[in-house]
Design a protein around this ligand. Structure first.
Ligand SMILES: Cc1ncc(C[n+]2csc(CCOP(=O)(O)OP(=O)(O)O)c2C)c(N)n1
Ligand SMILES: [Mg+2]
Length: 554
C-alpha cells in the first residue's frame, strides 16, 4: 500500500491519486462502479484511514454530489467515473460546475494505452469532450504522472476563479506501480487588488446617493463572507444577495433589501456587483432606468481578472482575493467620506416591509389545491439557522428563492446559471455527508424528481437521511406557463396526475406521505425531520399558481 515517506509515494497509481486527493482535503469519493477505475477503489480501501466511497445509481448523481461538496466545503469534491458512458453521464454536472465556479475534480477511467486504436471497450478520447466545460481536461499518460497530475487538478480547481478539472488515466497505467515525489499541496496565494482601481471605486461610492451592493456566489467561495458583512455594516450600504451569496447578509438584516430588488436595481445610481457574473440574472449588467431614473453606474468586483465583465459598461472594476478587495474598499470609502445613504435605505426598507406583508398573506394561503407558497409558510419557521436548503426544479424553486432568506451563508444551493434539473439529489447526498448535524432539505419539482429519485436507493443503503419536499403540480410548470403565454396553448408540459413520488421513495426503503390539505403540510414536515430516513413529503399543488416571472432568462 501507499506510503508517504520522505515525500515519496509508492504503490499503484490509484493509491497515488487517493493520497494526493486526501492531502488536498478530500474525504469522500463519489462513484459508480467500472473496472477502469478499480485502482481508485483499491486506493481508497487501503488508505489509512480508508477514504469513504459513496456509490450511486447514476453518474450524474456522483458528479453533482462532488460539485455540491465543492460548493459547501470550498474544497474540491471528487467524482470517479468509469470510462466512456460513465464520463459522458457526468458531463452536465461538470458544465454546471464550470458555470457556477464550483471547485471539483473528476477522475475518469480510460481505455488502456497499450490497446489504444484497436477498439477496446469504451475507448473514447474524453478530454476533448470535457475541455469546453472545464478549467483543465487532460490525460495523465503514465502511472508516474498521476501524483503530479492529480495535485495539479486539485490546485487548479481550487484557485480563483474556481471550477471543474477533468483527468483520465489509461487503465493499464492506472494499475501500474510507480514511485513519485510528492510533498503536499502548495499554499494558497491571495492576490491583492490594484489600489488605484479601489480608490476610483471608493470615489464613485462616496459620491453616490443611491448605491446598492450585490453579493454573489464567489463571495462565499472565496471565503469573503465576513469581509462582505463588515463592509455592509460599516458603510450602511443596502445589499442584495444571490446564489451562494445568500445568507452572507442574514435573512431579516435591516440592510438586506433583496425583497426590494426591482426598486434597488432599477432606481439606484450605483450598482456594485461582487463575485457574480453580470449575466441574465443581473440584466446583463444594465441597471437603473426605472420610474424615470437615469441609467445606473456599474462597478464589477471579481475574484480574478478573467471574471470581470467584458460586455457591460463599467464605471470601475477590480479583482483579487475578495476579502482583500472588500476590506480595501471599505477603508477607502471610509477615507473618502461616504454620503448619507439613510434616506435611500429607509425607502428600500419600506418596500421590503410592504413586500414582506404581501408575502405573509401568500405564505398562509388556505387555497385548495394548495398554493406552493404555503409550503414555504410551513417550512421556513421550521428551518434552523444552519439548515442546508437545495432547490431542484422550476417554479417551485423560484418560490423558494423568494421566500427562503438564509440566516447563514453556505447553506443555499440553487440551480445557478446552468439551471440543470437533476442536480438536487446528489447535492443533498453531499450536504448530508459534509454537514452531518444540519437539517438537509431538498426542494424538488415533480419534473425534477424524475431525473434522480432512483438515487434514494443510494441514500438508503448508505444511511443518509434527507428531507425531500416535492411541489407536485403534475407538470413542467416553468415551461407550461411560458408556452401558454407565447402560444396560447402548451404541449409536452403535462406529467401524470398526482404521481405518488413518496411511494417511489417508500419502495426504495425510505419513507414519505402525500399531502393535499394545507394544514397537514407542517406536521408532515415535522414527521420528515424526525424520521431519520430519506423522507419525501409529496405536496399536491395548484398548477395554475405559476411563479410570476418577468424574464425567461434569455
Ligand atoms: C436537464 C434540464 N432539462 C430541461 C430543463 C428545462 N426546464 C427548466 S424548468 C423546467 C420545468 C421543471 O418542472 P418541475 O421540476 O416540475 O418544477 P415546476 O416548474 O413545475 O415547479 C424544465 C423542463 C432544464 N432546466 N434542465
Ligand atoms: Mg412541476
Amino acid at each position: 500500500m501507499t506510503e508517504i515517506t520522505s515525500s515519496t509515494l509508492t504503490g499503484h497509481a490509484g493509491e497515488h491519486a487517493v493520497a494526493v486527493a486526501r492531502a488536498h482535503g478530500v474525504e469522500h469519493m463519489f462513484t459508480l462502479s467500472g473496472a477502469h477505475v478499480f485502482p481508485m477503489y483499491d486506493g481508497a480501501v487501503k488508505a489509512d484511514p480508508p477514504m469513504r466511497l459513496v456509490d450511486v445509481r447514476h453518474e450524474q448523481t456522483a458528479a453533482f454530489a462532488a460539485e455540491a461538496t465543492g460548493k459547501l466545503t470550498r474544497v474540491p469534491g471528487l467524482a470517479v467515473l468509469t470510462a466512456g458512458p460513465g464520463v459522458t453521464n457526468g458531463v452536465s454536472a461538470i458544465a454546471q460546475a464550470q458555470f457556477a465556479g464550483s471547485p471539483m475534480v473528476v477522475v475518469g477511467g480510460r481505455a488502456p494505452a497499450n490497446r489504444w486504436g484497436t477498439g477496446s471497450l469504451q475507448e473514447l478520447d474524453q478530454p476533448p469532450i470535457l475541455a469546453p466545460v472545464s478549467k483543465l481536461a487532460r490525460t495523465l499518460p503514465t502511472a508516474g504522472d498521476v501524483a503530479s497530475g492529480i495535485d495539479e487538478a486539485f490546485t487548479v480547481a481550487a484557485s480563483s476563479h474556481r471550477g471543474p478539472v477533468f483527468v483520465d488515466v489509461p487503465m493499464d497505467e492506472f494499475f501500474n506501480s510507480a514511485e513519485s515525489a510528492y510533498s503536499g499541496p502548495a499554499a494558497r496565494t491571495r492576490e491583492a487588488p490594484d489600489s488605484d482601481a479601489i480608490d476610483k471605486i471608493a470615489a464613485l461610492m462616496a459620491a453616490a446617493e443611491r448605491p446598492v451592493l450585490v453579493l454573489g456566489t464567489d463571495v462565499w467561495a472565496d471565503g469573503a463572507e465576513e469581509a462582505a458583512l463588515a463592509l455592509v455594516e460599516s458603510l450602511g450600504i443596502p445589499a442584495i444577495t444571490n446564489g451562494m451569496g445568500r445568507g452572507v447578509i442574514p435573512g431579516g438584516h435591516p440592510l438586506l433589501v433583496t425583497k426590494a430588488r426591482g426598486q434597488a436595481l432599477g432606481t439606484g445610481d450605483l450598482v456594485v456587483v461582487v463575485g457574480t457574473p453580470l449575466d441574465f440574472r443581473l440584466s446583463y449588467g444594465s441597471f437603473g432606468g426605472k420610474d424615470g431614473a437615469p441609467p445606473a453606474q456599474v462597478v464589477h468586483l471579481a475574484d480574478s481578472a478573467g471574471q470581470v465583465s467584458g460586455h457591460a459598461q463599467l464605471a470601475g472594476s477590480a479583482y483579487g482575493d475578495l476579502s482583500l478587495v472588500l476590506t480595501a474598499l471599505g477603508d477607502a470609502v471610509a477615507k473618502a467620506g461616504p454620503a448619507d445613504w439613510r434616506p435611500w435605505v429607509s425607502r428600500l426598507q419600506e418596500t421590503v416591509a410592504a413586500a414582506s406583508a404581501r408575502d405573509t398573506e401568500l405564505l398562509g394561503a388556505e387555497a385548495d389545491p394548495i398554493h406552493p407558497a404555503r409550503i414555504y409558510g410551513e417550512l421556513v419557521p421550521r428551518l434552523a439557522d444552519d439548515a442546508v436548503v437545495i432547490g431542484d426544479g422550476g417554479d417551485f424553486v423560484s418560490f423558494a428563492g423568494k421566500f427562503v432568506e438564509p440566516k447563514r451563508p453556505g447553506g443555499w444551493l440553487d440551480p445557478g446559471p446552468y439551471g440543470c434539473l437533476g442536480a438536487g439529489l446528489g447535492a443533498a447526498m453531499a450536504a448530508r455527508l459534509v454537514r452531518p448535524s444540519s437539517q438537509v432539505v431538498l426542494l424538488l419539482g415533480d419534473g425534477a424528481a424524475g431525473f434522480s429519485l432512483m438515487d434514494v436507493d443510494s441514500l438508503v443503503r448508505q444511511d443518509l437521511p434527507v428531507v425531500m419536499i416535492c411541489g407536485n403540480n403534475s407538470a413542467w410548470g416553468l415551461e407550461k406557463g411560458p408556452m401558454q403565454m407565447l402560444y396560447g396553448y402548451d404541449v409536452a408540459a403535462d406529467l401524470a396526475q398526482q404521481t405518488s413520488y413518496d411511494g417511489v421513495v417508500r419502495s426504495l426503503g425510505g419513507a414519505g406521505e402525500t399531502v393535499t390539505d394545507p394544514k397537514e403540510i407542517g406536521p408532515a414536515i415535522d414527521r420528515a425531520f424526525s424520521s431519520g430516513v430519506p423522507y419525501l413529503v409529496n405536496v399536491i399543488t395548484d398548477v395554475e399558481a405559476a411563479y410570476p416571472r418577468s424574464t425567461f432568462g434569455i
